[in-house]
Design a protein. Structure first.
Length: 198
């Protein structure tokens, strides 16, 4: 009888220990799964909130559909996705529509890629230049200043009726309508007219 009691007690202790161990394992597994899930959510959120590059900014706005098509046709996507930083004066679809009929279609042809590249890079400055930088330079230089584009030709900036206006190498003018759209590799300013190199 004494032996039976000892065996019964031992069996109960073993069962309790085993149950406790199983519970702990379940908690550890749940904790690990929660930790893994948390990590996945964190990584996904980080990716979602990441600031897009200049090409990504343009692609996210349907008003830049023509510009995006032109950048692709000119093989400048990788360039404008580079480290930079760059400042881009981005013409809207309406800005491209101001060009003479057939101009855009002609520029998008493969045989005109070099010309298209020249037009697009004329809209780009090396370095990050904010709206306040432009205005400060205009004021510091007596009402206007000239700066060199990535294409090589200069572009002139001044203030007309309280707005920053660009004048291209052909004397055409374009007004900046929106400023300081942040990109991971620079900044974008929206313009209402396509500017052209010499």
């Amino acid at each position: 009888m004494k032996n039976s009691s000892i065996l019964l007690t031992a069996a109960m202790m073993f069962t309790a220990i085993f149950a406790t161990a199983q519970c702990n394992n379940h908690q550890a597994s749940t904790s690990n799964n929660d930790h893994a899930t948390s990590n996945v959510v964190y990584v996904q959120n980080w990716h979602y909130n990441q600031t897009p590059d200049i090409v990504g900014v343009a692609m996210s706005d349907k008003n830049f559909a023509t510009l995006v098509a032109a950048v692709k046709a000119a093989d400048l996507v990788k360039t404008l996705q580079g480290d930079g930083p760059f400042t881009v004066f981005a013409p809207t679809n309406a800005a491209f529509d101001k060009l003479p009929e057939g101009t855009v279609a002609n520029l998008l042809k493969p045989e005109n890629k070099a010309k298209l590249q020249a037009v697009l890079t004329y809209h780009v400055l090396a370095g990050k230049v904010t709206a306040s930088d432009i205005i400060e330079s205009i004021k510091r230089n007596g009402g206007g200043f000239m700066t060199k584009t990535v294409q090589g030709d200069p572009i002139y900036a001044s203030i007309v009726d309280g707005k920053v206006v660009l004048e291209d190498a052909q004397g055409r003018t374009s007004t900046i309508t929106a400023t300081d759209i942040e990109a991971s590799n620079g900044v974008v300013h929206v313009i209402d007219t396509v500017v052209l190199p010499e």
